[in-house]
Design a binder for this molecule. Structure first.
Ligand code: ADP
Ligand code: MG
Length: 251
């Protein structure tokens, strides 16, 4: 069954056509990667799916819910979570506090920081948040202020925040961008480990090697259009894909 179905999405920035009639389907339970060179339109596409950008034309369906025209927090509340290229965490809060926030957002809609005190006293929320930190291997740092974390740890924290919303669909934009090789491998391992929760994942990557061991299906985006789609082994040898990456030298 399809959990996500995007049809005929176009998006231009002035004279630049960033997305050119994109059609895209994700099967429930899949780990579906979107790869493509820098500037291909990957982040623009993700932003169109999560309501940060309005497509000029086209529709985005999540099951039988139309996400087109919905606000980001509304899309979030129907079960779609996303991890951005730059982690969105509250630097002056501790790890535990950060992970408690999404429970409030999920319960009360758009997050309001002034309501935080109330959550902080909620024992059940605290327990859930603690379990989540254990899951991503950050339990020992629960009382540390999150701005002091390494890039990899910040990404893991953001992932914990997403998972605590119990999403049906998780979208990740270059989850290993800017990470050391060790942090990259840890993050890939973590993404594999969370695979058994029944969360469908869409992973956007420009480094093909990151997704080959993760993805069950790959779509290749180049110059705003999907140019190839298939299993990782098929995509690897596809001459169109190699051509799209020429100059990027990431193959
Ligand atoms: P990717 O994530 O694949 O690297 P992006 O989606 O960020 O690519 O960008 C696709 C193209 O659209 C690029 O040429 C980029 O410069 C342009 N672009 C992205 N966002 C904007 C914007 N807000 N305004 C103008 N141009 C943009
Ligand atoms: Mg991008």
């Amino acid at each position: 069954m399809e959990i996500l179905k995007v049809e005929g999405v176009n998006k231009s920035f002035g004279g630049l056509r960033a997305l050119n009639n994109v059609n895209f389907k994700v099967e429930e339970g899949a780990v579906h990667a979107i790869i493509g060179p820098n500037g291909a339109g990957k982040s623009t596409f993700l932003n169109c799916m999560i309501g940060r950008l309005a497509p000029d034309t086209g529709t985005v369906m999540f099951g039988d819910i139309s996400l087109t025209g919905m606000k980001p927090h509304e899309i979030n509340q129907v079960g779609v979570s996303r991890v951005f290229q730059t982690p969105e965490i509250f630097g002056d809060l501790t790890l535990l506090e950060n992970v408690m926030i999404p429970y409030l957002a999920k319960r009360d809609g758009e997050f309001a920081l002034h309501a935080f005190k109330r959550v902080d006293q909620d024992g059940e929320t605290r327990d859930k948040a603690m379990h989540m930190l254990e899951d991503v291997g950050l339990a020992e740092k629960k009382d540390v202020t999150s701005e002091s974390l390494s890039r990899g740890d910040k990404r893991r924290l953001e992932l914990a925040m997403c998972l605590s919303q119990d999403p049906k669909l998780l979208l990740l934009d270059e989850p290993t961008a800017g990470m050391s090789r060790a942090d990259t491998n840890n993050t890939i391992d973590l993404l594999k480990r969370i695979g058994d929760r029944g969360i469908t994942k869409v992973v956007i990557e420009h480094d093909m090697h990151v997704v080959f061991s993760l993805a069950s299906k790959i779509s290749v985006l180049a110059q705003g259009a999907i140019i190839a789609e298939g299993k990782p082994e098929d995509i690897k040898g596809d001459p169109r894909v190699q051509e799209a990456y020429l100059g990027g030298a990431h193959i």
